[in-house]
Design a protein around this ligand. Sequence first.
Ligand SMILES: C[S@@+](CC[C@H](N)C(=O)[O-])C[C@H]1O[C@@H](n2cnc3c(N)ncnc32)[C@H](O)[C@@H]1O
Length: 227
Amino acid sequence: MEKTQAQILRHHGGDADHARQMITQSYERRHDNEFWEFWNAQMGVTIAKGDCLLDLGAGIGQFVEDLALRYPDNTVMGIDAADYMLTAQLSLPENARMLKDDLNEPAAHIEEGKVATVMANMLVHELPQPINMFKAVYKWLKPGGRFCIIDLVRQPLADYLNHKFPDGELWNTDVPREEIEDVFEHFLEHNRYHAEDMIFMLESLGFKVIENTPQRGGRFVRLVVEK
Ligand SMILES: C[S@@+](CC[C@H](N)C(=O)[O-])C[C@H]1O[C@@H](n2cnc3c(N)ncnc32)[C@H](O)[C@@H]1O
């Protein structure tokens, strides 16, 4: 757990408060009407009364809270490893709770075959390897249960740099060396997988692909797979 916590903090530039602020601030924008229409059509359809709903890498529990309010007859659980997220946890409705666990090697006690939906939003690229988590998700899901991954995918360096430095700023101005090095380091961390790489791992475990939608100019993907 300590190793994972140190690795998460390193990924977030060593500044826990800033990392928490950035991701929590963008939550509303990323969970707009279009998102909930998607959720209802592709994920909500598999939820029956009493099923468990899971959010992996749940941060302070924003999505856990939203799901708990939308599905009062279901139990919602969020998992995270970072203390700086867990200690800032939202006060959640009675049907929701957060668990501390390392998704590099999940050990949380979640009853197998009872979970209807699993979300992993902006998580997979933070894991040194996602195989153990994908295996756990397969065990936790009920037959017909669905797993949604929203994450950054591989992109050409040109797209990454043009997004980080719009208007040719990198080439026309004196960007400090630390800033350039930070962007190049994050290019590697944000550029781990093609959508096809994730599909390869998921299909190898027995999942069936339901949706594979490029997002935000191809810098992100939204995948839905079914057990
Ligand atoms: C970029 S944030 C995304 C938060 C939330 N899913 C969202 O979309 O707003 C990634 C989260 O995954 C958590 N995380 C990263 N590696 C993890 C691991 N090995 N086990 C559990 N949580 C992890 C981080 O602590 C962080 O809260």
